[in-house]
Write a protein that binds this ligand. Structure first.
Ligand code: HEC
Length: 112
């Protein structure tokens, strides 16, 4: 029989090893099935011109500015939806996911 204190020590060490591993496994992004190639076409057609006007001609700065709004996959999809409704393009949800997948792969990298 192990002394109680040693048992606790072993338990604590086990927890320390397993908890961070579990925490690192984040849920799949809400746009995990988005197709970045389709998203690229849509974003270039519908989004770049206005962002360029906002950012003194350099549209990419919108996604890369230090105080950017998007820092999680959920925020990314929400912001795509927001700009989409402002814009009145009436994308289908899967099109919003394509765009989010494209912006994630190219700029945000907030999801695998
Ligand atoms: C009519 C102008 C306009 C159009 C068109 C537009 N946007 Fe935006 N977008 C903005 C503005 C303005 C902001 C900055 C909002 C802020 O900082 O509060 C923004 C911000 C964003 C951001 C967040 C950037 C950050 O800070 O991380 C994303 C993502 C985005 N837009 C996606 C899109 C997508 C996708 C489209 C095309 C479907 C689009 N936008 C079309 C005006 C526009």
């Amino acid at each position: 029989m192990m002394p109680a204190r040693l048992l606790w020590c072993v338990l604590a060490a086990t927890l320390l090893v397993t908890i961070p591993a579990a925490a690192a496994e984040s849920p799949p992004a809400p746009f995990a099935n988005g197709d970045a190639n389709i998203g690229k076409t849509l974003a270039e057609r519908d989004c770049v011109a206005c962002h360029a006007r906002q950012m003194a001609g350099d549209a990419e700065k919108m996604y890369l500015r230090s105080n950017r709004r998007v820092n999680t996959p959920q925020q990314l999809l929400a912001q795509v939806r927001y700009c989409n409704s402002e814009l009145g393009t009436n994308y289908f949800p899967d099109e919003e996911e394509h765009i989010a997948a494209y912006l994630n792969a190219r700029y945000y990298k907030v999801a695998p």
